[in-house]
Design a protein around this ligand. Structure first.
Ligand SMILES: NC(=O)c1ccc[n+]([C@@H]2O[C@H](COP(=O)([O-])OP(=O)(O)OC[C@H]3O[C@@H](n4cnc5c(N)ncnc54)[C@H](O)[C@@H]3O)[C@@H](O)[C@H]2O)c1
Length: 343
């Protein structure tokens, strides 16, 4: 539980699409207050700040110099997460870094090390870990209800029009974004890794078929896990009109299927086969349709971690684990070879 004693001032770097959700999430949390925002486009920060009654700072340095900011939400393009995050860590600020942690393992390691050296707490957003279906699935796995794990599948069949990629210059570029898997599929890659454990082998194919972008709009991969289980990843932004994100976990004693954060099928042995509530659509077709509650839950966990001096539920290392799988998919697709991970 969050201790109500401490109060935390937030700053947001990057006032685009996801920043609005961070501001809304902070507004729901007792003891948290949005103090200031900044953006490389000055008008953007000013408009964002005016709508929310906080300050707009002209630069990241100015934001980081504020004594009333102790947590910084890093909401800039993905390939700039480490650059901005390292500066914030060195200024002594705790960090909420949007997913993915960055787009390369070198950058991810730089950020994790900077946070460690500065003694600040770092969480990488994976808000779907806080969805009810995932909380329940993790509880079931913790109890061993599925038996020995055999098969795990993560599927993101979403749709983004070309206009989405054209809406900002960084989208779909290798340097700052990556493709469908790095941006959209990474959520369920993290959930798959969280539920199934470490991955040891990745064999993948990627394609860019329906968009004018550098990176892939469709990625498919076959996995082996350290446990001996096997799995698949599918991610696309070319699947009109967009379908629920799906995680399927099968063990010797049963299967659980999650769609958009809700358990839609749980079947354990004979006599326990049921379907849960129907899934919604949301982010399958609309990048801005992200629910505030899950972000608020993850940020609340970070504040509790700071106050209690413990690690957050989703650490920098967890963000790196998901990124490592995404990078292995890209490497395998590029080289045509199986990529081996782990010690
Ligand atoms: N968790 C989720 O569900 C979710 C959803 C959408 C986006 N995201 C992530 O959020 C991040 C941002 O995505 P977005 O869709 O909001 O992008 P966006 O392009 O809408 O916003 C990014 C903002 O950052 C600003 N910016 C760029 N460089 C900067 C810098 N050095 N300092 C300060 N500001 C800078 C840009 O001007 C822009 O306003 C990405 O990493 C993305 O993967 C996460």
């Amino acid at each position: 539980m969050t201790s109500a004693a401490e109060s935390h001032g937030f700053g947001i770097a990057g006032t685009g699409v996801i920043a609005a959700l961070h501001a809304a999430a902070v507004a729901t949390l007792p003891g948290a207050r949005l103090a200031a925002v900044t953006d490389v486009v000055p008008g953007a920060a000013a408009a964002f700040a005016a709508a929310r009654g906080c300050a707009a700072e002209p630069s990241l340095d100015a934001l980081l110099a504020r004594a009333d900011v102790d947590v910084v939400c890093v909401c800039v393009p993905s390939g700039l997460h480490a650059d901005v995050g390292v500066r914030a860590a060195r200024a002594g600020k705790h960090l909420v870094v949007e997913k993915p942690i960055d787009v390369s393992l070198v950058a991810a390691d730089r950020l994790i090390e900077a946070a460690r050296a500065a003694g600040v707490t770092l969480t990488v957003i994976s808000q779907h870990r806080f969805d009810p279906g995932l909380v329940e699935l993790k509880r079931l796995l913790g109890e061993g209800a599925l038996g020995r794990l055999l098969l795990g599948e993560a599927s993101t069949k979403w749709y983004r029009p070309q206009a989405y990629y054209d809406s900002a210059g960084w989208r779909g570029t290798w340097a700052l974004d990556g493709g469908s898997l790095m941006n959209q599929g990474v959520h369920y890659v993290d959930l798959l890794r969280w539920c199934m454990g470490p991955v040891t082998e990745v064999t993948a194919v990627c394609a860019t078929q329906a968009h004018r972008i550098e990176a892939e709009d469709t990625a498919l991969a076959i996995l082996r896990f350290a446990s001996g289980a096997v799995g698949t990843i599918l991610s696309s932004t070319a699947a009109f009109p967009g379908f629920p994100q799906r995680l399927e976990v099968t063990g010797t004693d049963g299967t659980v299927i999650v769609e958009d954060g809700q358990i839609v099928c749980r079947a354990f042995g004979e006599g326990d086969a049921g379907r849960g509530p129907a899934p919604g659509t949301g982010a399958a077709a609309d990048p801005a349709a992200v629910d505030v509650a899950a972000h608020a839950a993850q940020i609340a966990d970070l504040l509790a971690a700071i106050d209690e001096g413990r690690a957050p539920a989703v650490s920098g290392e967890a963000g790196r684990d998901a990124l490592e799988i995404v990078c292995a998919v890209y490497e395998s697709a590029r080289t045509g070879r199986t990529v081996r991970l782990g010690p």
